[in-house]
Design a protein around this ligand. Structure first.
Ligand SMILES: *Cc1c(COP(=O)(O)O)cnc(C)c1O
Length: 220
């Protein structure tokens, strides 16, 4: 079986150089992160606040931590001091809370707005219309301590590549259109182990890959 570093090297060599790889280390031990850190990698993604903060405390401080899960408002304060990018902003109230907590830390926190593109599944995220509303509300300019730097989405979990491609394609069109309204948009976070090759065809600038690098997760 390939080692962690071999799987990481294989994954990163399959990506164009200007794509950011977020290595999704959720459920995996800090020692795996340290191994890839020593190999030169800095971007890691987690989806649980408690797990992220304890790994943050244990590991080198120049790791760029990406929060990729559903974030509850009452937990923003734990991430605010150090988080690099929050991918899953899915409500105006969450955005407001991040702005407040970032202000307390005298930081500007970069975030991605999560869009619900998987038509059949109930996943978190804004609809396209809700993003339009948020932009026209003027809130994004009002919040001085949060910067919307892009969009994030998850495609339907299916083997049907055409369906996935259709969802990513629509999102890419929307993303390019919104870049006219929000000049800070530069990140499109799409693509996981099963679908990142498709995402790369549709404008992905950041992929979030877990199991292809770290191996399957077991949940207890
Ligand atoms: C777990 C997770 C990933 C990585 O999934 P893999 O299929 O293991 O690559 C990516 N994005 C989000 C939001 C996740 O929760």
């Amino acid at each position: 079986m390939a080692t962690l570093i071999e799987r990481f090297d294989k994954t990163i060599s399959s990506l164009p150089e200007d794509i950011t790889l977020v290595a999704v280390s959720k459920t995996k031990p800090a020692s795996d992160i340290q191994t890839l850190y020593d190999h030169g990698h800095r971007d890691f993604g987690e989806n649980k606040v408690q797990e992220l903060t304890s790994k943050y405390e244990e590991l080198p401080k120049d790791i760029r931590w990406h929060f990729i899960g559903h974030l509850q408002r009452n937990k923003v304060k734990y991430l605010a001091p150090f988080v690099h990018l929050i991918h899953g902003v899915d409500s105006p109230r969450l955005l407001k809370e991040i702005n407040k907590r970032a202000g307390n830390e005298e930081r500007v926190i970069d975030v991605l707005l999560q869009i619900h593109i998987a038509k059949e599944e109930s996943k978190f995220g804004f609809s396209y219309d809700e993003i339009e509303e948020l932009i026209s509300s003027g809130k994004l300019d009002e919040y001085k301590n949060v910067e919307v730097v892009g969009l994030m989405a998850m495609a339907t979990n299916t083997e049907d590549k055409e369906k996935i491609a259709g969802e990513f394609k629509e999102l890419e069109g929307f993303y390019h259109q919104k870049q006219q309204d929000i000049p800070t948009l530069k990140t499109l976070s799409i693509g996981m182990s099963g679908d990142y090759e498709i995402a790369l065809d549709y404008g992905s600038t950041m992929v979030r890959i877990g199991s292809s690098i770290f191996g399957e997760r077991d949940y207890h």
